[in-house]
Design a protein around this ligand. Sequence first.
Ligand code: AMP
Length: 116
Amino acid sequence: MSNPQDTIFAKIIRREIPAEIVYEDELAIAFKDVNPQAPVHLLVIPKQPIAMLSDAESEDHRLMGHLLLTVKRVAEQAGLTNGYRVVINTGEDGGQTVYHLHLHILGGRSMQWPPG
Ligand code: AMP
């Protein structure tokens, strides 16, 4: 697993590589997914380099709540008034590919269940 300080998302936070950033505050940043799986596909990430959900600690509770409320804010900003899906792929079986915690926001079409 890669060091969360060195992931592509850490580079986006440090503005070392470009991204279409749609929201930023002191704790989090949101940007468009480069390979969208829905008409709207955004990623919300903490600035703190937590590799994955299972690495979050109880002292991160404020940050974790902030990330969910940021999802809500960013989804509203994107006009997703008819609903959306929030996904946190975690670890190998979860299909995680970038080891910096991120919340996918998928919207603009009707989602299927179960996911593959
Ligand atoms: P996951 O598979 O849950 O780890 O999701 C990683 C996501 O990051 C994928 O949906 C990728 O398309 C997306 N991604 C990878 N590199 C970039 C990038 N440079 N800018 C925006 N999104 C990216």
